[in-house]
Design a protein around this ligand. Structure first.
Ligand code: PLP
Length: 398
């Protein structure tokens, strides 16, 4: 038998990847090396807010790369100042530190809270986080996360992250002690299956943290930058945190993240925090192009309308096939299935040219480009129906 060459052997197997190599992408569509097209409702895990290779991003990167790509974070550069000003202008916070990934921004948030605890709370360092939370893959952010599968991984973890159930204010109250410096959570737990923190819970948390003189940290890495129909998800409840982290959609597809803080708690001193690529002009130019596009009049309202349309189509599908709840906000939506067939659906959808995600076996998650069209949503539903038709034979209710 001739030995067949496996082209993937040099890569570490950090996830089960299908044997497909993508070579091109435009808007909601990806193309593989055999020319097969895929409708993309994952978009780099809620990253490509304007789809694949949008003109505004390509032009911003090309223009900036001809001028200045990198000049060290030890110096100011024009795009760095401009992007920080834009984030401050559009958010409720005043100080920005740029990073390259969500985990790095969250690691920075943890450090900032601990530094603040050292300076102003007699060394308090514990950060209460939520069960099933996802904050990233550095050791501290994994420790802050509440993913059950990670409990035994890379022990010993970083200590100081007591966990409480989401939407349980009493549990938060009981977890607070002299060592508590902050409460940290996602407004919507994306990786856990799009579990929404209620407005009452968020408002209650703000009240408790104010009363106790501790910080509130919102991880808006998945929910920020227009994903839920507002620029930041906290704008739905009006709850303003002391620290917010951003990444994913912020660069529209390139690695860019930010740690944003209230001026009065922003206590890093020179040498406390840094990173070689942080604030480099190339990524900053990308971030400027994205935030300027997101904040154009009417854009976010359109995201809400498109999200409502997608929700309506998913709800109809759910009643047709006897499925369960549709959850989420804007264009971060989930559909619960009647049994644990998520991975099977994802695999079959891929064969039929559709990329969707199943964060839990019982849930499908939808995070298309924010400018996805109704026609593309209809196409996605058609493919999904055909997949459900073959997997849930007999359960359709046409
Ligand atoms: N926080 C949240 C809420 C996320 O969804 C993610 C990634 O999925 C992260 C943090 C980690 O971000 P990154 O993968 O860019 O490190």
């Amino acid at each position: 038998m001739p030995e067949t060459h496996n082209p993937f052997t040099s890569l570490m197997e950090i996830t089960k990847r299908p044997p497909i190599v993508f070579v091109e992408g435009h808007g909601s569509w990806l193309k593989d090396q055999d020319g097969k097209e895929y409708l993309d409702f994952i978009q780099g895990w809620a990253v490509n807010c304007f789809g694949h290779s949008p003109r505004i991003l390509v032009e911003a990167i090309v223009k900036q790369s001809e001028k200045l790509i990198n000049c060290s974070p030890a110096f100011y550069n024009g795009p760095m100042i401009k992007l920080a000003d834009l984030i401050v202008k559009y958010s409720c916070l005043q100080k920005v530190f740029f990073a390259n990934s969500g985990a790095e921004a969250n690691e920075g948030a943890i450090k900032l809270a601990r530094k603040w605890g050292q300076k102003y709370r007699h060394g308090a360092y514990e950060i209460i986080t939520m069960e099933h939370a996802f904050h990233g893959r550095t050791l501290a952010t994994m420790s802050a996360s509440g993913k059950p599968e990670w409990q035994q991984l890379y022990e010993p973890k970083v200590s100081g992250f007591p966990k409480v159930p989401l939407n349980d204010l009493d549990a938060v109250r009981s977890a607070i002690n002299d060592q508590t410096v902050a409460v940290m959570l996602e407004p919507i737990q994306g990786e856990a299956g799009v579990l929404v923190a209620t407005d009452d819970f968020l408002r209650g948390l703000r009240e408790i943290t104010r009363q106790k003189g501790i910080l509130l940290i919102l991880d808006e890495i998945q929910t920020g930058m227009g994903r839920t129909g507002k620029l930041f998800a906290y704008q739905h409840s009006g709850v303003e945190a002391d620290i917010m982290t951003l990444a994913k959609g912020m660069g529209g597809g390139v690695p860019l993240a930010a740690l944003v803080a209230r001026e009065s708690i922003s206590c890093f001193e020179p040498g406390d925090q840094g990173g070689t690529f942080n604030g480099n002009p190339l990524m900053m130019a990308a971030g400027i192009a994205i935030i300027e596009e997101l904040t154009k009049p009417g854009f976010l309202e359109k995201v809400t309308e498109t999200g409502d349309y997608l929700r309506g189509r998913l709800e109809a599908l759910s009643s047709q096939y006897g499925l369960r709840e549709v959850r989420g906000k804007g264009l971060l939506l989930a559909l619960d299935l009647q049994k644990e067939i998520g991975p099977e659906i994802v695999e079959e959808a891929l064969k039929r040219g559709l990329l969707i995600n199943s964060p839990r076996k019982i849930t499908l998650r939808f995070m298309p480009a924010l400018n996805v069209t109704r026609a593309e949503i209809d196409q996605m539903i058609t493919i999904l129906k055909s997949v459900l038709g073959s997997i849930c034979k007999g359960s359709a209710n046409p």
